[in-house]
Design a protein around this ligand. Structure first.
Ligand SMILES: Nc1ncnc2c1ncn2[C@@H]1O[C@H](COP(=O)(O)OP(=O)(O)OP(=O)(O)O)[C@@H](O)[C@H]1O
Ligand SMILES: [Mg+2]
Length: 358
């Protein structure tokens, strides 16, 4: 027989070594017998499901499955026992698992038949929590949606504002040329000049919506002050602000600055347009290397869905805020319920940890 170094090392793996491999697996692993009873598990299974080893060992595997899917799982398990082979479980289905505290989470499960030293055939289940993978997928879908919405918004603006203006300008220009009365000509020109000014303002607004020249020019603290003033002017909503960044403002990562500004801007706009309030509060402060920004209103609140957005298509504000916070290495939480106001809280590191490594 060939005896390479690899071969030798395989031969010295004792039961204890196999046990160590089982215990060290980054995935949760269960050994389940033909009647669906958990016979063994590794520490990752204990921390994934929140039951103790003693509680899980000897209990039915179906306790780890949400009630609605248990009977289907039982049928599948029996069919698997008739023809066991290594394969992923529930191909094409979104599998959910159930924790001790009653919460569910998405999982990917692989099954393989295994004969233990003593006794009959068992099934080895490898379980991976795919919550963060799903979250990444959701984020990239939201990114595409946000880009598409931005394109629609731009074309709408161009159509409604600029194109309409050009059409009117052409007609008025022709009338102006044909006008023989000097006074009338001057009056017509005054109207056209006014419209040109309006169009210039419209285009500037569109440009502002894309980047943030205001933020670049003024810096975060002053750009926020302008935002709060504009909110009062445009929506009649007073913002009570407490922004304490004076001695850290210079140290902030530009990605964090833009994220914070856009998040506060979107949350303040939401409070001003949806909450039905005449005032809202904003606090921005530094705390142990992170900036915490909070936008609070005591308005009508709303029903929050799983994704953290309010649900239907076309609402990109909340999803965009979350995405911005996460791209800057931070996080976003929304506390709200109908009739009880809304608090949006973003936490963004002063220096993005991902960027530090570059
Ligand atoms: N502070 C708030 N008070 C009450 N309802 C809110 C508040 N913030 C958000 N909502 C509700 O959540 C929905 C989603 O908000 P989101 O910002 O994601 O989208 P939007 O404001 O409708 O549109 P946009 O994508 O232009 O921001 C809103 O339509 C509104 O019903
Ligand atoms: Mg919004």
């Amino acid at each position: 027989m060939l005896r390479g170094p690899g071969r030798e090392s395989l031969e010295v793996l004792t039961d204890g070594h196999y046990r160590a491999v089982f215990e060290a697996s980054p995935d949760a692993m269960l050994v389940v017998d033909s009647s669906g009873v958990i016979r063994d598990l590794n520490p990752q299974a204990v921390s994934m499901f929140g039951w103790s080893r003693e509680e899980m060992e000897g209990s039915g595997v179906e306790r780890l499955i949400p009630a609605a899917s248990r009977s289907r799982h039982e049928r599948h398990r029996m069919r698997y026992a008739e023809a066991p082979r290594p394969r992923p479980m529930g191909q094409g289905l979104e599998l959910q698992a159930l924790r001790n505290d009653g919460t569910t989470f998405p999982v990917e499960i692989s099954l393989s038949p295994g004969k233990l030293a003593s006794g009959p055939e068992h099934v080895i289940c490898t379980i991976r929590d795919i919550t963060s993978w799903k979250r990444m997928r959701w984020l990239s879908r939201m990114k595409l949606k946000a880009a598409e919405n931005e394109r629609k918004h731009l074309s709408r603006e161009l159509h409604d504002e600029f194109l309409q203006f050009l059409v009117a300008f052409k007609i008025r220009g022709k009338l102006l040329v044909d006008e023989t009365d000097r006074n009338e000509r001057e009056r017509a020109w005054a109207v056209i000049a006014d419209e040109i000014l309006g169009a210039i303002r419209g285009v500037k607004q569109m440009i502002r919506g894309l980047g943030s020249p205001k933020l670049e020019r003024q810096g975060l603290v002053s750009a926020l002050a302008t935002l709060f003033r504009d909110t009062r002017k445009v929506h009649g909503v007073t913002i009570h602000a407490s922004v304490n960044l004076d001695w850290v403002a210079d140290e902030l990562d530009p990605v964090a600055v833009l994220a914070l500004y856009r998040i506060v801007q979107a949350a303040v706009t939401n409070a001003a347009t949806h909450a039905r309030v005449s005032e809202a509060a904003v606090t921005v402060r530094s705390e142990d290397g992170v900036i915490v920004a909070e936008v609070r209103d005591e308005g009508c609140g709303f029903e929050l869905t799983d994704s953290g957005a309010a649900g239907d298509d076309g609402h990109v504000g909340l999803a965009g805020m979350r995405e911005r916070a996460e791209l800057a290495g931070g996080s976003l939480t929304v506390r709200t319920s109908p009739g009880r106001g809304t608090t949006v809280r973003a936490t963004v590191p002063m220096v993005n940890p991902d960027r530090e490594q570059w």
